[in-house]
Design a protein around this ligand. Structure first.
Ligand code: ADP
Ligand code: ZN
Ligand code: ZN
Length: 747
């Protein structure tokens, strides 16, 4: 610490906007060695003692009396220098406080102290005595239950054991006291081996010409240590993963670290296998599905640079790397890269910012890039486009057929399955091949569709499907336009015009009725709520234990299932008419991805897409495998309606338990916004307030204002001013406000 090192500059861990600034504290002599940038400390603040984050050193502006740091919380700094910068950037970009950003960044560490060892309890008698011991406990059923759990799983803590046996920790203590359970102290446990599907051929696959070309561009950037963003656009099955692995090897060769992210935890086991086969113990896995101690252990291995390759979900973007060289986002278009709680960061944006700070490369991989990324990879940059135009071994893409279900109705078939789909499934059953039936998550909003002509009622101003409410009204969630539900279709006059919806359970029931001999598995959020059951279902299906797999989004992504030769999309319209400007894009991406699940083995694949809108361009383009054709239509449409990537959107979400309070509050916020906007050019638009598509969650009503403008920084300034004015005008403002910059969905 030099001359300017007299005072530590600290962000105090308190999430109030009014104190979101640097405070100066003196460093006591005995803490000098441990108070470093990125360290967490304990400081007096008013009458309290709070945690704080050390940013650096300097002097306070005026010669005020500074207080002393009371203690240091960690043995070594938990944050790297670039993460300090990232926290400040997040506060600015996402309108949160710096303390909130820090809390988000270090979240994977929370709950486990550096020095804490884990105490696991296991039976203190040999397994052959189990029955005898359990018999002795006949009159203590709770203790017997605990013991049974301990016999099943020997890696549970006292609390976990009590929870597993649905009793209190005191029961567990009683068993320890009786000498029936004993403790084992564990300092470090690795991610459990049995959770993984190992899936590797071993060794390095020689790349094909397209892969080599893409990998060379990335490795060149890595050697030069230059910041750059690459959009790796490769059709499904084109071998993007091998390019990632090669890029990671280049990063390691350059002495840098790499982070690879996948959109969902369920996809990590497959990737872990590939990564471990190539990089062995250099791989650390970071995601929220790991138990606290595993997560901490992996985090520590990254921090110590024992594991320079990090594989994880979006939060892995905050991995504590000393020399980040590469950030990979597989399936970069997936909305799950956006955090959807109060601090709504996007992992792609954070990765690009971190890469900028450290001269690293970012690789965004997808068969169906987000419109934003595609636009930025256009001829004028700033991203560089890398293409993998062919499937490995020139395997053909599956044949996609669109089935018009309006015709089914006309022909008297009122079921979920078209005749064509029934015939195709029957054919697979006879051949012993597998079928996937895909159903989009049941729409959170009901739109109105005409069963005869497929017409959907939309808002004239926003081109968004109107949502049906139980009081019989139709409403636009962007601008709050409302209308009555018509009694006949405004397009064809049919009376078959009504809300839309079907669930996986219904599909399963009907499939069971139509194909009584078929073995059917269902996978949705209900059936996979238990940890690991997702992998169990996939493994069972992979091993041929079922003929038909029915599922939601979860089965659309990244899985390599060679025996699947038929994919049926039960209804493409659920996504197509979500009340969201990205509805067409999401539909196209989903269909393309679902199609990619078929025909990955030696047998050719077929895809059947059932829809009321067979002529819609996103369905037609997906059926033709025409990715670029889709963008050619979608981009100008977005432009004409002023939606991203030609503008920025911000959603202000207001929530409150009292309905009157929330509409009043949202209206007041809108008035303030209108006043601010009156002083601006008219390129910024504030829509609403309107109830959100999910109008009420857990007893809290939800309203939103959507703001649209050309420049992100300008929008941020306006919202900041709106929040400040609200605070001044109405200090007792009741609804909670959540700001979502560039929302990925607006439920
Ligand atoms: P994508 O992620 O682009 O959909 P994958 O990375 O899953 O594609 O690759 C598809 C299949 O092709 C995988 O089974 C992979 O092992 C195989 N593969 C990838 N590259 C090659 C190569 N150069 N030679 C042979 N097989 C390859
Ligand atoms: Zn109609
Ligand atoms: Zn509207």
């Amino acid at each position: 610490m030099g001359d300017t090192g007299q005072f530590a500059e600290i962000i105090v861990d308190i999430s109030a906007r009014s104190v979101d600034r640097v405070f100066h504290y003196a460093v006591p002599a005995d803490l000098k060695d441990r108070v470093k940038p990125g360290a967490r400390v304990l400081v007096p603040f008013g009458a309290r003692r709070l945690a704080g984050y050390v940013l650096g050193f300097g002097y306070p502006e005026r010669n005020i009396r500074v207080r002393e740091i009371a203690g240091v919380l960690d043995d070594e700094p938990v944050l790297t220098e670039d993460l300090l910068e990232i926290a400040r950037w997040m506060a600015d970009s996402y309108l949160c406080t710096t303390a909130e950003a820090f809390a988000r960044i270090i979240a994977p560490r929370l709950g486990v102290k550096a020095t804490r060892a884990v105490k696991l309890l296991k039976p203190a008698f040999p397994a052959r005595k189990s029955q005898e011991v359990l018999n002795r406990l006949k009159h203590a059923p709770k203790q017997a239950a605990v013991l049974r759990q301990a016999l099943l799983n020997q890696s549970l803590t006292r609390k976990e054991l009590a929870a597993a046996a649905q009793t209190s920790p005191a029961t567990v203590d009683a068993l320890v006291k009786a000498g029936l359970l004993e403790a084992e102290i564990l300092h470090a446990s690795n991610y459990q081996e049995e959770n993984r599907i190992v899936h590797s051929s071993g060794g390095v696959t020689p790349l094909n010409a397209d892969q080599v070309k893409a990998a060379r561009e990335i490795s060149q950037a890595l050697t030069e240590g230059k910041f750059g963003v690459f959009l790796l656009y490769g059709v499904t099955g084109s071998g993007k993963t091998e390019v990632y692995l090669d890029a990671i090897a280049s990063a390691l060769a350059a002495g840098r670290q790499a982070v690879a992210m996948v959109p969902e935890i369920s996809l990590t086991p497959q990737m872990i296998g590939l990564f471990r086969a190539r990089f062995g113990s250099l791989v650390a896995v970071l995601h929220s599905g790991l138990a606290g101690r595993e997560r901490y252990e992996e985090w520590r291995r990254v921090k110590k640079n024992q594991a320079p390759v990090v594989l994880g979900t979006r939060s892995a973007v905050f991995a504590p790397l000393s020399a980040p060289g590469l950030f990979i986002l597989d399936e970069e278009h997936e909305p799950s890269y956006k955090q959807d709680d109060h601090l709504r960061y996007h992992a792609r944006e954070v990765a690009i910012k971190r890469a900028q700070l450290s001269g690293a490369a970012v690789v965004l991989g997808s068969a169906t890039p987000s419109l934003e990324s595609w636009f930025k990879a256009g001829c004028s940059g700033p991203y560089q486009l890398l293409k993998l135009p062919h499937r490995i071994d020139k395997k053909p893409l599956p044949q996609v057929t669109v089935v018009d279900i309006r015709q089914e109705l006309k022909d008297g078939n009122r079921g979920i399955f078209s005749r064509r789909l029934v015939a195709a499934i029957y054919d697979r059953l006879q051949k012993g091949e597998q079928t996937i039936l895909f159903l989009n998550r049941r729409g959170y909003a009901n739109f109105i569709i005409c069963r005869e002509c497929g017409h959907v009622i939309k808002c004239d101003h926003c081109d968004i499907s109107l949502t049906y409410h139980l009081d019989g009204t139709l409403r636009c969630h962007y601008c709050n336009y409302s209308a009555r539900l018509p009694s006949v279709c405004p397009c064809c006059g049919s009376v078959y015009i009504r809300p839309f919806g079907a669930g996986t359970q219904k599909v399963e029931d009907e499939a069971a009725r139509l194909f009584p001999a078929a073995r059917i598995l269902r996978m949705d959020s209900d059936s996979t709520a238990r940890k690991g059951s997702h992998e169990k279902i996939i493994n069972a299906f992979r091993q041929g234990e079922a003929d038909i797999l029915i599922g939601t989004q979860m089965i659309a992504k990244g899985l390599d299932l060679p025996m699947v030769t038929l994919v049926g999309v039960i209804n493409a319209d659920t996504t197509l008419f979500m009340p969201d400007f990205r509805a067409s894009e999401r539909t196209f991406q989903l269909l393309t991805q679902v199609a990619g699940r078929s025909g990955r083995g030696k047998l050719p694949g077929e895809v059947l897409v059932q829809t009321y809108s067979p002529d819609h361009y996103s369905i037609a383009a997906a059926a033709r495998h025409d990715v670029e054709g889709f963008y050619r239509i979608e981009l100008p449409l977005r432009k004409s309606l002023g939606y991203p990537p030609f503008s920025f959107l911000v959603r202000m979400l207001f929530t409150h338990a009292d309905e009157a309070e929330i509409s009043k509050g949202a209206l007041l916020a809108k008035e303030i916004l209108d006043k601010i906007l009156a002083g601006h050019d008219n390129l910024i638009e504030a829509l609403g307030p309107a109830p959100a598509p999910l109008g009420r969650i857990k007893g809290r009503f939800r309203w939103q204002i959507v703001i649209k403008g050309r420049r992100r920084s300008e929008l941020r300034d306006i919202i900041r001013q709106c929040l400040d004015d609200l605070q001044k005008l109405r200090p007792s403002f009741k609804p909670a406000i959540n700001i979502d910059i560039n929302p990925q969905g607006m439920q």
